[in-house]
Design a protein around this ligand. Structure first.
Ligand code: BJW
Ligand code: ZN
Length: 283
């Protein structure tokens, strides 16, 4: 169904947005899909024969350190070549506008591709490696991160294991470092959890963009917010478990939808933009 900013559901959402005092946005891998970053699930989600649950775990890192580092090296190098898309940029513009109006706009991302930060969004935790021995955390933008990983990690080839001593090491104590991300079976850091809970408790509009909604704890946030009777809007190219509890479901690519959904209501709204989009509102 073709639609634009005068589509009733989009207009209703935009009206709510214009009145909101505290907007929380949860983004997942889908927001970066139009930048060319593969999502975890679906097409392009597998790396070699593995999926995220096989490799993004402390036990996989302990057992197959070289393999897990190859996986992260591949993704790390890939995202360096990608640029933020119109969805990331629409969020930056909305954040700036809200701040100017003395209102609150916060992005909670599950992504580690850095594209929100590169687009200009603030309030993002961007830390890259952590020492497995002394715990030192370092932002590391080296390419490759170590010589042994140069030209490694290609999805279609299997290579010899890299000895631990040649994998990325701590600049403080020389021990092995790991990606500083939350793996399966690990809890989010307490300070991050505290901030998330504050944002969830205070938001008066929740926008969920490009996440499959199956990995907890993030998968539970839409229903927690909906239980407070706060409107939840979902943007996704397909339905997810969150769709049934969402007030609005906007079906389509976030790079096309977010600029329309988040555009200012007065003057410069792109009101004649036409999109291939299906919308529905749930009561
Ligand atoms: C578009 C689009 C476009 C495409 N426009 N949209 C059994 C039952 C319930 C829970 C568990 C269980 N067993 C274990 C658990 C807990 C586990 C979990 O939830 N597992 C599930 C698989 C069931 N969770 C955890 O372990 C978490 N920790 C925890 O719970 O601690 C307590 C605990 C301690 C000890 C034991 C057990 C529990 C931690 C989870 C950490 C997840 N980390 C990862 C990897 C991060 C590092 C890395 O990047 O490598 O985070 S997993 C991976 O999934 C990544 C993502 O952030 C996360 C979510 O994925 P996301 O972003 O939603 O991407 P996709 O690919 O799934 O979806 C893309 C979406 O975009 C799709 O919907 C598309 O349609 C859409 N899309 N193009 C708009 N253009
Ligand atoms: Zn160290």
């Amino acid at each position: 169904m073709a639609t634009n900013t005068s589509d009733p559901k989009i207009a209703e959402f935009r009206e709510l947005l214009s009145k909101a005092r505290s907007v929380l946005v949860l983004t997942g891998a889908g927001i970066s899909a139009e930048s060319g970053v593969p999502t975890f699930r679906g097409e392009g989600g597998l790396w070699r024969q593995f999926n995220a649950t096989d490799l993004a775990t402390p036990s996989a890192f302990a057992r197959s350190t070289s393999l897990v580092w190859e996986f992260y090296h591949y993704r790390r190098e890939l995202v360096r070549t990608k640029e933020p898309n119109k969805g990331h940029l629409a969020l930056v513009e909305a954040e700036e506008r809200f701040e100017k109006e003395g209102k609150h706009f916060f992005i909670l991302t599950q992504n580690i591709d850095g594209l929100h930060r590169r687009a200009g969004s603030r309030n993002l935790l961007e830390i890259h490696v952590r020492c497995t021995s002394c715990g030192f955390i370092e932002e590391n933008n080296d390419s490759p991160i170590c010589e042994a990983l140069r030209n490694r990690g290609l999805p279609n080839e299997t290579a010899a294991e890299i000895p631990l001593k040649d994998l990325p090491s701590c600049r403080q104590c020389g021990s092995l470092v790991r990606p500083h991300v939350v793996w399966f079976e690990e809890c989010l850091w307490p300070d991050v959890l505290k901030k998330i809970n504050e944002e969830i408790a205070q938001c008066d509009l929740f926008l969920v963009v490009g996440t499959s909604g199956i990995v907890y704890p993030a998968a539970g946030y839409a229903s927690v917010v909906a239980a407070r009777k706060v409107p939840v809007a979902e943007v996704n190219i397909e339905k997810t478990p969150a769709t049934s509890t969402s007030t609005f479901y906007f079906e389509g690519p976030s790079g096309e939808l977010l600029p329309v959904l988040l555009a200012p209501i007065k003057n410069d709204a792109p009101s004649n933009k036409t999109l291939p989009l299906k919308t529905k509102t749930r009561k």
